[in-house]
Design a protein around this ligand. Structure first.
Ligand code: HPA
Ligand code: ZN
Length: 350
């Protein structure tokens, strides 16, 4: 992968942008593993598990991927995840994503998983995490991709359910780096999960949370002040509050931005209206990620290319986004330095 470096070219056409993006080593920090379930694999797994999907073909599944908001998407995403039952299913799902990530020169991934989506259907926590963890171990050994796992609590459920999930995770403590918060944002503020995040942090997990995707800037502030997160997932609506932006800049809080997701879920009207460039210009610590690539029409490289073309980002800005992805990761400083040195070597050769 990284040894195939396209030749330098003076022109800035889209092929060259795509080649430059492809050559950049990068980390992906906002990726829901259940959101990588491509329709072909969904059908294959459902067939071997004897599960009937509410679609008759792969084409019909893809045609259903038109969303007008987050909830529209979540309804379909949870239906797709219902095909997953066995440890091998979680392994195959994760391994398929990691192979894709490898082809896109992703060197490090921080993967969200939603245990409650599965335990709520009678699938054991152990089945889920065992399958995912085995694939992550194989990716480290066979593909050279390092990883961290982040357990997300479903915010449309209550805090008691999140506390039970944290208890179920404790035997797997060394496989899980952090806790996060996802699902339906509006009406489910971060403060609803104060106690479970307090306990998780006390147990040594880092905290992150989705905030400001559909919810107001106050949710971003709550995630910082009440949940004590080290990163904000999305964070778009923080731009509505200048004092909050100043605080995010001053504290260097990373935002894991997901451009194609924002288009698909109508968080922005159009990719050309995406605030990523504005965020960079404000000095925010932004990264580019794919969120749920099987549903949103692109993996991480397609997200970089989409914003580069629509917003006119140059190579320096693209390289900065890739550098940010390592800097904002949970990797050790030593591991970050190695990957950033590789990134710098690639950008100098272009
Ligand atoms: N937002 C909230 N919850 C989610 C998302 C998202 O973009 N993707 C998967 N679960
Ligand atoms: Zn997300």
């Amino acid at each position: 992968m990284s040894d195939v470096i396209p030749a330098r070219s003076p022109s800035g056409d889209s092929n060259n942008i795509a080649a430059f993006v492809a050559a950049l080593p990068k980390a992906e920090l906002h990726l829901h593993i259940e959101g990588t379930l491509e329709p072909e694999l969904m059908f294959a797994i459902a067939a071997r598990n004897g599960i009937r999907l509410p679609y008759s073909s792969v084409e019909e599944v893809r045609a259903a991927y038109r969303f007008s908001n987050l909830q529209d998407f979540l309804d379909i995403y949870y239906a797709g995840a219902s095909a997953l039952l066995e440890m091998q299913d979680f392994y195959d799902l994760t391994w398929a994503y990691l192979q894709r990530a490898f082809t896109q020169n992703v060197r490090h991934v921080e993967i969200f998983f939603d245990p409650q989506t599965h335990t709520g259907r009678g699938v054991a926590f152990a089945t889920v995490i065992d399958g995912i963890s085995r694939a992550l171990d194989d990716a480290e050994a066979r593909l050279g991709i390092s990883s961290r796992l982040i357990l997300c609590f479903l915010r449309h459920l209550d805090e008691t359910a999140a506390l039970q999930t944290l208890d179920a995770a404790m035997p797997w403590r060394e496989h899980i780096a952090g806790v996060g918060l996802d699902s339906s944002e509006r009406g489910n503020p971060p403060g609803k999960f104060r106690e479970v995040f307090r306990r998780a942090r006390a147990a040594g997990f880092v905290a992150v949370a989705h905030a400001g995707e559909e919810g107001p800037p106050e949710y971003v502030r709550e995630a910082l002040d009440i949940l004590e997160v080290v990163r904000i997932d999305h964070g778009n609506n923080a731009l509505e509050d200048a004092d909050l932006v100043a605080e995010l800049v001053q504290k260097r809080i990373p935002l894991t931005v997901c451009p194609l997701s924002n288009v698909k879920l109508c968080v922005v009207d159009d990719i050309s209206a995406h605030p990523l460039k504005q965020m960079l210009d404000l000095g925010l610590f932004v990264t580019v990620n794919s969120d749920d690539p099987a549903y949103f029409g692109g993996y991480v490289n397609e997200n970089y290319v989409a914003v580069a073309e629509a917003l006119g980002l140059g190579r320096e800005e693209l390289a900065q986004l890739a550098r940010n992805s390592f800097q904002a990761s949970l990797l050790s400083q030593a591991a970050k330095s190695v990957l950033i040195a590789e990134l710098d070597a690639v950008t100098h050769r272009f």
